[in-house]
Design a protein around this ligand. Structure first.
Ligand SMILES: N[C@@H](CCC(=O)N[C@@H](CS)C(=O)NCC(=O)O)C(=O)O
Length: 213
């Protein structure tokens, strides 16, 4: 049994929920409330599991694994069900690069802890925080829109089924909406997001369909 340390609005946990659902895997979700003020990720109990004090993490047979992309690769390598990465090695590179633009170059800059540093150490108000947040999304999405427009393998980026790339894209688009980002310059990304969110695996993983603490 897989236990997922989860938070309904965490986009990194949302990625893992989608991957598990695409594989048809059953899992137990344990909510860690990362909302400032609750800060359950910083508590001694969770810290003992995940020294980085972030969600998601998974517990499998008493071992804890962390980092959403590493978890998704483990899911893909060990669970039955559709492959989450393309077969072709060059397409695997492209799918990972697409995911990394979000997971390495957008999301870390917009996470709770860097935003807290901007507020507390640099005096940023909420208007400045919003500008910062949208700026990194627009930079990353501009590159992703070009990549996505060049990949014409089918209804999804790499053929007939969503891959790691879409698994990471959809939660980032949800973040973009939360921060009222203008997505009109990114029609291919919006179209992919719409198509994915119609699938049961994505629908069940969506923040609005999770238990809220
Ligand atoms: N690179 C990590 C990012 C994990 C992460 O930053 N999670 C956020 C929620 S989306 C978190 O736990 N933030 C708590 C904090 O910043 O204190 C991954 O992909 O798993």
């Amino acid at each position: 049994m897989i236990r997922l340390y989860d938070y309904w609005r965490s986009s990194a946990a949302y990625r893992v929920r989608i991957a598990l659902n695409l594989k048809g895997a059953s899992y137990e979700s344990v909510s860690i409330n990362i909302l400032p003020g609750a800060d359950e990720q910083l508590g001694t109990e969770y810290r003992a599991r995940n020294p980085q004090m972030r969600v998601p993490a998974i517990d499998v047979d008493g071992r804890t694994g962390m980092q959403s992309l590493a978890i998704i690769e483990w899911i893909d390598e060990t669970l039955p069900g559709p492959a989450l990465l393309p077969k072709d090695p060059w397409q695997r590179l492209q799918a990972r690069a697409f995911a990394d633009i979000i997971a390495c170059d957008i999301h870390p800059l917009n996470n709770l802890s860097p935003l807290a540093v901007l507020r507390e150490k640099f005096g940023a108000d909420e208007a400045a925080i919003g500008d910062w947040y949208r700026d990194w999304i627009v930079r990353g999405f501009t590159a992703l829109e070009t990549l996505a427009s060049e990949l014409k393998g089918g209804p999804f980026l790499f053929g007939d089924a969503p891959s790691l790339a879409e698994i990471v894209l959809v939660p980032q688009v949800a973040n973009a909406h939360r921060f009222r980002t203008d997505l009109s310059p990114f029609p291919r990304l919006v179209e992919l997001d719409d198509r994915c969110r119609k699938l049961e695996a994505f629908r069940l993983a969506a923040p609005e369909n999770q238990k809220q603490p």
